[in-house]
Unconditional design. Structure first.
Ligand SMILES: Nc1nc2c(c(=O)[nH]1)N[C@@H](CN(C=O)c1ccc(C(=O)N[C@@H](CCC(=O)O)C(=O)O)cc1)CN2
Ligand SMILES: [Mg+2]
Length: 294
């Protein structure tokens, strides 16, 4: 049976370290990190993620700046808000919750966030630097950073290993594959046009599943002893639950956990670490700001 990687517990340990560092920063410089969380519209899932982020800020001593905009907000108004946050010296990190409503151009909006405050690491220049050998972005995207941190904390070495990323989204799949490449893995990306994905996944020592397809990766697709990091958070109907649904990953956990060496659960794996990496990036942004302005 695989070792189940407890993302919630690992996240908790890192959070208490972040809280300690924030206390020190505050004592020494009289400043606390500030994070602006911008949300447009009222998608239930996005609202819930934003609530989690704001609550986590409060718990760790990060000042959160809440910007809630209506679904119909114009691109110009949203960008004006971003510019105001760029100019606010108490804000060290800015994130715009994704996805945005269809009428807004995500790439345009994200490229207006100051590079030094881009704690999601989604600014095209930060992504570009991630793709370049010998260059480092100011911030790494939170979910891919969470995946690497979970592997490292579990003692899984990446260098020279075969890694497969399932999915090629801008938020997870693409940056995760770039991070694995930077860590010297041999990386393949499997996506909706890949024929026989199972034959490629079966060769992988490390699998990062970020396809958004409930339980698509079967136990028979996993190489014995592989490390499996499941980014999927899919709601599937479950009449036995009060809510009427339950969350499952992109991996069939019951099957894969019998074959893998390590595996993350859903919920309680990558999700809590994603928010923790955001808090860590915000602390990094504040530290950098203080170093440049003292
Ligand atoms: N601006 C951004 N937008 C989005 C990001 C992002 O990193 N930045 N990622 C996702 C959503 N996301 C954070 O925003 C996120 C998703 C899931 C979790 C999480 O903790 N999941 C829990 C289960 C939660 C539940 O019970 O509903 C888990 O896996 O244990 C955190 C953050 C898209 N948008
Ligand atoms: Mg859009």
């Amino acid at each position: 049976m695989a070792t189940v990687i407890d993302g919630k517990a690992i996240a908790q340990t890192i959070r208490s370290e972040i809280a300690d560092e924030i206390r020190l920063l505050s004592q020494k410089y009289g400043k606390v990190p500030g994070l602006a969380v911008v949300i447009v519209g009222d998608r239930k899932d996005s609202q819930s993620y934003v609530r989690m982020k704001r609550k986590s800020c409060a718990e760790l001593g990060i000042k959160s700046f809440d910007v809630d905009l209506p679904e119909q907000v114009s691109e110009a108004e949203l960008i004006k808000k971003v510019h105001e946050l760029n100019a606010n010296p108490d804000v060290h990190g800015i994130l715009v919750q994704l996805p945005l409503p269809k009428h807004l151009n995500e790439e345009k909006v994200l490229s207006e966030i100051s590079l030094e405050k881009d704690v999601d690491g989604f600014h095209p220049l930060n992504i570009g630097k991630l793709a370049m050998k010998g260059r480092d972005p100011l911030f790494l995207p939170c979910t891919p950073k969470a995946c690497i941190e979970l592997l490292q904390q579990s003692g899984v070495s990446i260098k020279g290993k075969r890694a497969v990323v399932v999915g090629r989204s801008n938020i997870v799949g693409l940056p995760a594959s770039l991070l694995l490449l930077k860590a010297d893995a041999t990386v393949s990306i499997v996506h909706s046009h890949t024929s026989q994905p199972e034959s490629i996944i079966r060769e992988a020592d490390i699998v990062i599943a970020a396809a958004g397809q409930p339980m698509m990766i079967k136990g028979s697709w996993i190489k014995p002893g592989a490390a499996v990091i499941d980014v999927g958070t899919n709601a599937v109907d479950d009449p036995t639950k009060k809510t009427g649904y339950r969350l499952v990953g992109d991996v069939d956990f019951a099957e894969a956990s019998k074959v893998a060496g390590w595996i993350t659960p859903v919920p309680g794996g990558v999700g809590p670490m994603t928010v923790t990496m955001l808090l860590k990036n915000t602390l990094e942004g504040a530290r950098r700001y203080i170093a440049q302005n003292n």
